[in-house]
Each structure stands twice: as C-alpha cells, then as structure tokens.
Ligand binder design. Structure first.
Ligand SMILES: *[C@@H]1O[C@H](CO)[C@@H](O)[C@H](O)[C@H]1NC(C)=O
Ligand SMILES: *[C@@H]1O[C@H](CO)[C@@H](O)[C@H](O)[C@H]1NC(C)=O
Ligand SMILES: *[C@@H]1O[C@H](CO)[C@@H](O)[C@H](O)[C@H]1NC(C)=O
Length: 273
C-alpha cells in the first residue's frame, strides 16, 4: 500500500516536472521532438496542439525537386540579399545547431518586401532533394519580415573543400560539443562578429516554391528559395556540426513531403529577360 502511494507520488512529481520543463523550454519548441522513434517526424503533429500543421498541412517542406517538372518563371527576380557582419550566438538546440543574429544580419528582398536574416541552421543529410539526390548537408537561412512572414534560403552542400562560414566558428563548435557532456541545458556560445557574406554569393539559379518550416510547428506559407548551385563542405566540418546534437537528431532531416499540386518555379539568370 505504502509502496503504491509512493509510486503515484513519484508519477505525479515526474509529470509535474515534465510539464514544467515543457513550459520553460525555449519558445522555438514547446514540446520536445526528435528525428527518431516516439517523438520522430511521423509523430510531430500529435506532440503538441501547436504542431498540428506538421500532420494536417498540405503545403509542407521539404520536397524533392524534380527538374523536369519545374516551371521557368520569367517574372522571378534575382535574389537580392544585403547581408552585413553581425554579432551572433551559436546555439545547440539538441535537434539542430543554429547561429542566431542578435540584431539582424541584413535583409533578403522579395517583391519589394524586406525579410530580415534572423538565424541559420544546418540539417544533415539534406532535407531538399534534387531529382531524388540527397546531399550530405543543407544550410537554411531564415528571414522574417515585420509582419511575421517567413522566407528561407536553402543551400545544399556536397563533400569537398571546406566551407568558409563554418570555418569562422570551428573553435566555437568544438566548445559546443564539449559542453554537451557537462550539462543538459541548451548551450549558447557567443561567436562575435560573423560575416555571412559568402552565403550571399550571386545565385544564377534558384528554385522557388511555397512550403513550411521543416521543424515543428511546421508553419506554412514560407517562401522557399533553394539555390541551384551546390556548394562544398569538408567531411570534418559536417562531423563538427553533428557532434553536439542529441542521439535521436544526429541525422536531422525531415522526410520528403507530398507536393499536393504545388508548382516549383525556376529562376535562371541566363534565360531571364
Ligand atoms: C559586437 O559586439 C561587440 C562586443 O560586445 C561590440 O563591441 C560590437 O560593437 C558589436 N558589433 C556590432 C556590429 O554590433
Ligand atoms: C530594405 O532593405 C534595403 C537594403 O538594406 C534598405 O535600403 C531599405 O531601406 C529597406 N526598406 C525598408 C522598408 O526597411
Ligand atoms: C545517419 O545516417 C547515415 C546514413 O545516411 C547512417 O550511416 C548513420 O548510421 C545514421 N546515424 C544515426 C545516428 O542514425
């Protein structure tokens, strides 16, 4: 009898502390999620009422871009990005490593509207595929306009030469991986002035479609631009970006989502008028 009461007290205490942990967890995700098992991608939509779009949304990301089905749109404009050096913080969210800009890292302008660069994060292997090819890693540059609308620029990487952006934070990434062993709190490491300039190298081609965030809450109406040029990153750098992640998120790529009749458009500098 006494043992049973003790157990129920423990259960109540555990569920209270779980609730408390959920409530105090950072604003980006209310419930915990992962890329594997019980809280993996197929379960996201039922983990939290705020994540419903992950299950019921009809415009979800990522997708496989089938080049033959892409529609050239002569009215698309070149991607106008005016990034500048900005102080940034490297964050291990457990499911991703992200770089957050304290003020703003500059703007992306689409149809005359300014979207401010707020953060970058990496997914490995890549989330978007081109003709069914999944690359080793993908970078997302997340921009948010004053009205809250979101626009993400995605860059795919194959193994090769090292990437200058990741190079700038090599020591900080090492430090992030070390901190994982010492605490289970979300770790934050200021990296000082980051220069996102090489991520904005002119893009002759990009694919445009309307999708969603690829992580909970899977918010829709995100304007995606996937650069046509695949860049390179060394194997060591990819390993460095994976090292601090939780076990269930070492591979943090959401499975491909159905297109549901959406059109993927192409901007191609050589054909554009
Ligand atoms: C970045 O932070 C440093 C140290 O806090 C500060 O001196 C510098 O002015 C900041 N730079 C920018 C561009 O905000
Ligand atoms: C949008 O960004 C551009 C480039 O930085 C800037 O010149 C312009 O003033 C911005 N417009 C608004 C409305 O903030
Ligand atoms: C991640 O995926 C690779 C292949 O893409 C696989 O070899 C590896 O075991 C996976 N790692 C984990 C922790 O699931």
């Amino acid at each position: 009898m006494a043992a049973r009461i003790n157990i129920s007290i423990i259960v109540i205490a555990l569920s209270l502390s779980a609730t408390f942990a959920t409530l105090t967890h950072n604003e980006h995700h209310i419930a915990q999620y992962s890329y594997d098992g019980e809280i993996g991608p197929s379960k996201w939509g039922s983990l939290d009422p705020h994540f419903a779009a992950c299950l019921t949304g009809k415009m979800q990301s990522p997708i496989n871009i089938v080049k033959q089905e892409v529609v050239f749109n002569p009215r698309l404009e070149p991607l106008t990005r005016d990034y500048h050096p900005a102080n940034a913080t490297l964050i291990n969210e457990g499911s991703h490593v992200g770089l957050h800009f304290e003020h703003d890292g500059g703007v992306l302008i689409i149809d005359g509207k300014n979207y401010t660069l707020k953060k970058m994060h990496w997914h490995s292997p890549s989330e978007h595929q081109i003709d069914g090819i999944q690359y080793p890693i993908e970078l997302h540059l997340v921009h948010i306009a004053n009205d809250g609308s979101i626009s993400v620029v995605a860059i795919l990487y194959q193994y090769g030469n090292s990437d200058p952006l990741v190079d700038q934070m090599k020591d900080h990434l090492d430090q992030l991986a070390k901190e994982v062993c010492e605490s289970d709190e979300e770790s934050l490491i200021p990296v000082g002035l980051m220069k996102p300039k090489h991520t904005k190298r002119k893009s002759r081609k990009y694919f445009r479609y309307i999708g969603s965030l690829t992580t909970p809450p899977c918010t829709e109406k995100v304007i995606w631009s996937i650069l046509g040029k695949v860049r390179s990153m060394s194997k060591e750098q990819v390993a460095l970006l994976k090292a601090p992640l939780d076990w269930g998120s070492k591979n943090n790529s959401r499975p491909e989502q159905p297109l549901n009749g959406r059109r993927i458009e192409l901007y191609d500098e050589l054909k554009q008028q």
